[in-house]
Design a protein around this ligand. Structure first.
Ligand code: AHG
Ligand code: MN
Ligand code: MN
Length: 322
């Protein structure tokens, strides 16, 4: 049995990042515990307020955000944090060298129905002297991430992360309160026959995406020559976990519902960290036009179109957009 702390110490020379990931798990274990108790802990339901993106916040969105925020603010390594549930970045410790961006609870529409949700995080290096409270400090492309990961609250609580040296999976053993190593150096198969997309948005997609998905649906009789199966959990974190486990392609593409938004998902705490994990596992992550991690961000809460997963399938999807 290998514990997370032991693994981190032997796996990375960056003690600060090891401490941040290890420390962050204190709040994630707390979130897992509360999710487990559900209505017994009084955590199910709406917070009856909206976040900066105009989305209705669930009680657990707010609780998870506060738990992670307090945890990070106490870490000497953390200069500042940015969260889906915080309108502006929050300065932490001015001597810290790192920035942590996170989605405290992804898939929160699934909380009330007891379906898997997760916490997504991305760690960036702060420029010398940069202000932890200023948005510009955080506006770095995804390929600058020093680490990324997620905690999945499902049948078990899992942690998957990368510090730029493969993707590794841990399972929380609630008997001892520790994450223990489950799988090292995860690899996504290059081809698959499973796709995930919210089909109810079909009429809003670009014609190129409509053509690609129409061909997926034609199966062995269509130009792609094989039968595809579909999955849609509506928690990106759970979809990406399935892809890291058995391959597949996940898409939340451009759509015309709101022309001011290039997609539903957020670049800095959903698109970028998931792209790092997928690419570290040998997969591919694109907007359907460009590499997600090459995008120069303009705002912390900016949206992005997402097509990621098995490399060959993502390459095929991109080829429809050329
Ligand atoms: P969040 O709960 O953090 O706002 O993100 C939810 C996202 C993502 O997890 C999922 O892929 C997508 O929203 C599902 O949205 P719809 O089912 O509304 O299309
Ligand atoms: Mn999310
Ligand atoms: Mn969220």
């Amino acid at each position: 049995m290998q514990r997370l702390r032991t693994f981190l110490d032997s796996h990375t020379d960056n003690k600060d990042v090891a401490n941040i990931i290890d420390g962050l798990m204190v709040s994630c274990k707390d979130i897992a515990y509360r999710l487990n108790l559900g209505s017994l802990a009084g955590v199910i339901g709406s917070a009856e307020q909206e976040n900066v993106q105009g989305e209705c916040q669930k009680l657990l969105d707010v609780i998870s955000n506060d738990l992670i925020k307090d945890c990070l603010a106490a870490m000497p390594q953390v200069r500042g944090l940015a969260s889906e549930e915080e309108p502006d970045p929050v300065a932490c410790n001015k001597d810290g060298d790192y920035l942590v961006l996170f989605d405290p609870l992804d898939g929160s529409s699934n909380i009330d129905v007891n379906v898997t949700v997760g916490t997504i995080f991305s760690i960036l290096k702060a420029a010398p002297g940069a202000d932890g409270a200023s948005e510009s400090t955080y506006l770095q492309a995804g390929n600058q991430q020093v680490a990324a990961g997620y905690v999945l609250y499902g049948q078990s609580t899992l942690l998957l992360f990368s510090t730029g040296n493969g993707v590794h999976a841990f399972t929380l053993d609630p008997r001892i309160g520790e994450f223990v190593l489950e799988r090292e150096n995860i690899s996504i198969p290059a081809t698959t026959s499973e796709f995930a997309i919210n089909m109810s948005n079909q009429r809003f997609w670009l014609p190129e995406m409509q053509n690609y998905v129409a061909d997926l649906l034609q199966g062995e009789e269509g130009p792609l020559g094989k039968r595809y199966n579909m999955r849609w959990i509506a928690s990106m974190v759970a979809e990406i976990h399935r892809i890291l486990t058995r391959g597949g392609i996940f898409m939340y593409p451009y759509d015309s519902r709101d022309p001011s938004k290039p997609g539903k998902l957020r670049l800095m705490y959903e698109g970028n960290p998931m792209s790092m994990l997928v690419e570290q596992a040998g997969g591919k992550a694109s907007t359907a036009f460009d590499d997600i991690m090459a995008i120069d961000p303009e705002a912390i809460h900016q949206r992005v179109s997402v097509v990621m997963g098995s490399a060959d399938e993502v390459t095929t999807a991109i080829s429809y957009h050329k």
